[in-house]
Design a protein around this ligand. Structure first.
Ligand SMILES: [Zn+2]
Length: 116
């Protein structure tokens, strides 16, 4: 037994920089690039999707201007799907095993590798 309690980390197959499509929520149907992933919260941040307005107070010492800032918020990872660059459709992620035993992500529809 480990003495410290393990922090729950979700296994997210989506990677930073992936082109994804939002499948559910207010921005369903939108697509964009993944800006960040959060394995602790099981969320991904997709550009131009799930925009929130944050009301910020000015803080001159940190050079932060006050006002309403529009910012992307995280979307649950199960509500976005990767878009395959080869077949152009959103897809689930499978795996290809190379001859040396290494596994890489692949499109479930056409089998093309998603990692370069
Ligand atoms: Zn494909």
């Amino acid at each position: 037994m480990s003495p410290q309690r393990q922090i729950k980390r979700y296994k997210i197959l989506i990677r930073k920089g992936d082109q994804v499509r939002v499948m559910a929520g207010k921005d369903a149907g939108k697509s964009g690039r993944v800006l960040a992933i959060n394995p602790r919260k099981n969320t991904v941040v997709v550009e131009h999707a799930n925009i929130i307005k944050r009301h910020t107070r000015p803080n001159p010492s940190k050079n932060i201007k006050g006002g309403i800032i529009e910012k992307e918020a995280g979307i649950n990872a199960s509500n976005v799907a990767v878009i395959c660059s080869s077949c152009g459709k959103h897809t689930r992620i499978g795996h290809n095993t190379a001859k040396d035993g290494s596994r890489s992500r692949a499109c479930k529809r056409c089998g093309t590798g998603l990692d370069k």
